[in-house]
Design a protein around this ligand. Structure first.
Ligand code: TYD
Ligand code: MG
Length: 455
C-alpha cells in the first residue's frame, strides 16, 4: 500500500506547496492553501508527453497537413454561435454558472437534440430518475442519449470507451474523483486531475467533452484557475435566477470570438432560444412614463436595446439611498456626481434607484446616456418619448463620449422602429447619417442634451 502523503494546494491558482503558508507564493492570495491527501501512483499534470517512446519532432508550419476540422452542427443556434459555429471535435469545454441557473437543463437539452450519434450524459449530481423526469419536462425523446450516474473517472472512461459516444457531457467536475489521488471530490487536486484525464480522453479520441463547473460566491469557477487554462473554451451562464432571461457568454475560446452572446428564456419546458432580444427587453407601454429611457447597447457583438428605469425621490430618511440592479453602483454614483457638479442638479439629497429591465447585467458604457436621461426624466417628472433611444458614454466633465460599433446600434434601433437616436458628436463625424431613416442627433455635452430633451 502506498504511504499517504499530504500536500498543500492553493484553492485559487492550484499551486502546490510542501508546507502551509499564509500567502500563496505563486498568486499572492492570502489564506488559500488547503491540505489535501495525495497518493501519486502516476504522474499528474496535463502535459501530453510522449511516454510511449515516440518523440515528437518539430516541423515547419506550412508542412502541417490542413485537416478540415468539421464541426458538429448543433440545433441550438445560440450555443452554436457562442462556440464559434458548432462543436469542434476533441474540444474540452468548461460550462460554468451559479447553482439553479439552468446548466444541467441546457446540457441535457443539447444531449437530447443531437441526432445521428450517441451522446452520453454523465451525472454525479442527480439520479437517473431525476434526469428522466427533467427530460420528460423538456419533452424531447432521443434513443441515442445515454445517461450514466457515476463519479469515478476510471469507470466513466471505461464506459466512454465502450460506448464510443460522439459527445460527452459531465455534470459536474466537482463531483468526480479519480482513484489515482486520495483527496476528497471537489478539492483542487481532484478537480485538476479529473479534468486532466478528461482532457487526455478528448484529445486522444477526438470526442468533444463538455464539463459543467460550479461557480463560487465571488463569481469565479470553483476549483483552480488551471482548469480554465486547460480547457479550450470557457462558457458562462449568467442571469438572475428570479428572472426568465439567461445570458450565455464565452470568456475564453480557442476556436472563435469571445464577443458572442447567447440569450435564452427559461420556460416550463426548458430553455428557449431568444432570437429577437431587443423586442422583449423593452416594455410596450400605452403611454410614456417618466424615469424610463431606452439604451442602444451592445453585448459583445450583439446589439441590444435595453430599457433603463430610474426612480428619483426626496430622501425620506437622513442619508439618501442609492441602489442599482444590473448596473455598477459605483458608476451610478459617478454619474450622479457629474449631474450634480457639471449640470447643477441637486441629486445629493435624493434617493436614486436604478433598474435594468429583464434582470440582465450591463457593462457596456454606452448605456450611460440612457441612464442619465432616465434619472433626469424621473427627477423632472417629464416622460421621454417612447420612440427615442440613446447611445453614449458620459465622462467626468459631463461630455458625451463616443461608443463602439455605433452603426450597428443605429441599425438595430432603426430596425425596431425608433424615430430618433441621440449619440455623441464624436461618433457622428464621418458618418453618413442621411443613409438612415432614423433621425440621428449628435450631442456633445450633458447640458445640451438636457436643453434638447426637457425644455
Ligand atoms: P438546473 O438546470 O437544475 O440548474 P443548474 O444545473 O445550473 O443548477 O435548473 C434549475 C432551475 O430551472 C430550477 O429552478 C427549475 C428551472 N426549470 C424550469 O423553469 N423549466 C424547466 O423545464 C426545467 C428543466 C427547469
Ligand atoms: Mg445541475
Amino acid at each position: 500500500m502506498s504511504k499517504t502523503k499530504t500536500s498543500y494546494f492553493c484553492q485559487n491558482c492550484g499551486a502546490e506547496s510542501v508546507k502551509w503558508q499564509g500567502k500563496c507564493p505563486s498568486c499572492n492570495e492570502w489564506n488559500t492553501l488547503v491540505e489535501e491527501i495525495v497518493t501519486k501512483t502516476s504522474k499528474t499534470g496535463f502535459t501530453r508527453s510522449s511516454a510511449d517512446g515516440k518523440n515528437a519532432k518539430a516541423i515547419p508550419i506550412g508542412e502541417i497537413g490542413q485537416q478540415e476540422q468539421s464541426r458538429l452542427a448543433i440545433y441550438d443556434g445560440e450555443l452554436s454561435r457562442v462556440l464559434g459555429g458548432g462543436i469542434v471535435p476533441g474540444s474540452l469545454v468548461l460550462f460554468g454558472g451559479e447553482p439553479g441557473i439552468g446548466k444541467s437543463t441546457l446540457m441535457l437539452q443539447l444531449a437530447l437534440m443531437l441526432k445521428g450519434f450517441k451522446v452520453i450524459y454523465v451525472s454525479g449530481e442527480e439520479s437517473e430518475q431525476q434526469i428522466r423526469m427533467r427530460a420528460e419536462r423538456i419533452g424531447i425523446t432521443n434513443e441515442q442519449c445515454f445517461i450514466l450516474t457515476e463519479t469515478n473517472t476510471q469507470n466513466i472512461l471505461q464506459q466512454l470507451q465502450q460506448l464510443q459516444a460522439g459527445l460527452v457531457i459531465i455534470d459536474s467536475i466537482q463531483t468526480l474523483h479519480t482513484s489515482t489521488i486520495e483527496s476528497s471530490p471537489g478539492s483542487v487536486s481532484q478537480v485538476r486531475e479529473c479534468a486532466a484525464e478528461l482532457l487526455r480522453y478528448a484529445k486522444e479520441s477526438g470526442t468533444p467533452v463538455f464539463i459543467i463547473g460550479h461557480i463560487t460566491k465571488e463569481g469565479s469557477l470553483a476549483g483552480p484557475k488551471v482548469l480554465e487554462h486547460m480547457v479550450d473554451t470557457v462558457l458562462q451562464f449568467e442571469g438572475d435566477r428570479n428572472h426568465v432571461y439567461r445570458l450565455l457568454r464565452t470568456t475564453k475560446n480557442r476556436f472563435g470570438s469571445t464577443n458572442e452572446l447567447g440569450i435564452y428564456e427559461m420556460q416550463g419546458n426548458g430553455l428557449r432560444e431568444v432570437r429577437n432580444p431587443s423586442e422583449i427587453l423593452i416594455t410596450q407601454r400605452e403611454s410614456a412614463t417618466s424615469g424610463v429611457a431606452i439604451a442602444a447597447s451592445m453585448e459583445g457583438n450583439r446589439p441590444l436595446l435595453i430599457e433603463t428605469q430610474a426612480l428619483v425621490s426626496s430622501a425620506a430618511y437622513g442619508t439618501p439611498q442609492r441602489s442599482s440592479t444590473g448596473y455598477d453602483l459605483r458608476r451610478l454614483n459617478m454619474l450622479l456626481a457629474v449631474l450634480e457638479k457639471r449640470c447643477g442638479f441637486r441629486l445629493g439629497i435624493k434617493d436614486v434607484f436604478l433598474n435594468i429591465a429583464g434582470g440582465i447585467k450591463v457593462e457596456d458604457p454606452g448605456i450611460d446616456l440612457a441612464l442619465v436621461c432616465a434619472i433626469l426624466s424621473s427627477n423632472e417628472e417629464i416622460p421621454l418619448s417612447q420612440h427615442i433611444t440613446f447611445a453614449g458614454e458620459v465622462g467626468l466633465t459631463g461630455e458625451i463620449r463616443p461608443v463602439t460599433r455605433i452603426e450597428q446600434r443605429i441599425a438595430e434601433a432603426e430596425k425596431l422602429g425608433f424615430k430618433k437616436i441621440y449619440i455623441s458628436a464624436y461618433n457622428k463625424k464621418g458618418m453618413n447619417a442621411s443613409s438612415h431613416s432614423i433621425e440621428v442627433v449628435s450631442v456633445s455635452k450633458m447640458e445640451d442634451l438636457f436643453q434638447k430633451l426637457f425644455s
